[in-house]
Design a protein around this ligand. Structure first.
Ligand SMILES: O=C(O)c1cc(=O)[nH]c(=O)n1[C@@H]1O[C@H](COP(=O)(O)O)[C@@H](O)[C@H]1O
Length: 234
C-alpha cells in the first residue's frame, strides 16, 4: 500500500510538538522514524509513546561500531519492539552478520534490519575526499552487495540507486530511501534526491520524508499533498 510506504522523520527538539504532529497522523497511512536527535533527548519513553499511538517505528540510530557492540545495540532495539532498525554497512560484513545473529531469538518479531550505504547527503565528489575512488552509485552497489551477503533485509540508499538495486537483489531486498523532495521543496543538505512518485516508480519500498512535512506551516496538509502527488504521478 502506497500510503504505508511513507515514513515521516520526526526530527524535532520538542517532544510536545512532535507528539502534536503524531496525533494528527493516522497509523494506517504512514509510519514514523525517530533518529539521533529525538532518541538522545527523549529515549525509550518516546518510543513507547509512539507505539501506544499504534504507529510502526523506524529507530534510525545508524549503529556503526565493533560487532559485539552493534549486536547488543540491535538486540536492545528489538526489545523496544521497533519495526525497523539500521546500521552502517561500512561497519563491515562481520558487524552486519553479528547484528543479524543478535536478532535470531526474536524470530517473527525481529525488526527489519537495514544497512545505510552512502548517505543521501553525500555526492560522488565528497566520496573522493574520503579516499573512495568510486562514484556514489558504484559505492552504494558495493555496500549493498555486502549487506545482501550478510543476510540483512535491505538498505538505505538514494532513490536514484533504487532501480539498479532492485535489478541486482530482487523484490524482497527492501529499499529505504530518504532524500525525498516533492516538486519545489527546499533541498536543504540533501544531494541525491528524487520526488516521492518517481522514487516509488524507481523501486523504493519506503520513502523517508522529514522537513518537507515537519517544517511545513501545515504538516498534515503537506503529507496529504505528497499522497496526492503520488496518486497523480507528479
Ligand atoms: O537513515 C536515514 O534515515 C537517513 C539516511 C540517509 O542516507 N539520509 C537521510 O537523510 N537519512 C535520514 O532521513 C531523514 C531525512 O530528512 P529530510 O531531509 O528532512 O527529509 C533524516 O532524519 C535523516 O537522518
Amino acid at each position: 500500500m502506497t500510503e504505508k510506504a511513507i515514513v515521516v522523520a520526526l526530527d524535532f527538539d520538542n517532544k510536545f510538538k512532535a507528539l502534536q504532529l503524531v496525533d494528527k497522523l493516522d497509523p494506517t497511512l504512514c509510519r514514523l522514524k525517530v533518529g539521533k536527535e529525538m532518541f538522545t533527548l527523549f529515549g525509550p519513553d518516546l518510543v513507547k509513546e509512539i507505539h501506544n499511538r499504534g504507529f510502526d517505528l523506524f529507530l534510525d540510530l545508524k549503529f556503526h561500531d565493533i560487532p559485539n557492540t552493534v549486536a547488543k545495540a540491535v538486540a536492545a532495539a528489538a526489545e523496544l519492539g521497533v519495526w525497523m532498525v539500521n546500521v552502517h554497512a561500512s561497519g563491515g560484513l562481520a558487524m552486519m552478520e553479528a547484528a543479524k545473529k543478535a536478532l535470531l531469538p526474536y524470530g517473527e518479531n525481529a525488526p527489519l534490519l537495514i544497512a545505510v550505504t552512502v548517505l543521501t547527503s553525500m555526492s560522488s565528489e565528497e566520496l573522493q575526499l574520503l579516499g573512495i575512488n568510486a562514484t556514489a552509485p558504484e559505492h552504494v552497489m558495493r555496500l549493498a552487495k555486502l549487506t545482501h551477503q550478510a543476510g540483512l533485509n535491505g538498505v538505505v540508499c538514494s532513490a536514484q540507486e533504487a532501480t539498479m538495486l532492485k535489478a541486482a537483489f530482487g523484490e524482497d531486498f527492501k529499499l529505504v530511501t530518504p532524500g525525498i523532495r516533492p516538486v519545489g521543496a527546499d533541498v536543504g543538505d540533501q544531494k541525491r534526491i528524487m520526488t516521492p512518485s518517481k522514487a516509488l516508480a524507481a523501486g523504493s519500498d519506503y520513502l523517508v520524508i522529514g522537513r518537507p512535512i515537519t517544517q511545513a506551516a501545515d504538516p498534515l496538509a503537506a503529507l496529504e499533498a505528497i499522497h496526492h502527488s503520488i496518486l497523480v504521478g507528479e
